[in-house]
Design a protein around this ligand. Structure first.
Ligand SMILES: [Zn+2]
Length: 72
């Protein structure tokens, strides 16, 4: 996780909040639902692969909440 991002007038700081995970098929770019764990996200791959056995490359996406803090 990044420590944050500094800009001229404000900085983005990681904040308390639920991480969001999703799985994405790298073949057709379809994405699974937004869920709270990587394990839950990657369960979508089971169903997607059963429907598309030739789709064999996936990516786990995770996102972190940030808050804007003004710089003085
Ligand atoms: Zn696919």
């Amino acid at each position: 996780m990044s420590g944050g991002y500094r800009f001229a007038r404000f900085q983005l700081v990681p904040t308390v909040g639920q991480l969001v995970f999703r799985a994405r098929c790298e073949v057709c770019e379809e994405m699974g639902p937004r869920v709270e764990t990587g394990d839950a996200a990657m369960m979508w791959v089971v169903f997607h692969w059963e429907d598309h056995p030739d789709h064999t490359v996936y990516r786990e996406l995770s996102s972190t909440p940030y808050v804007v803090e003004l710089r003085s």
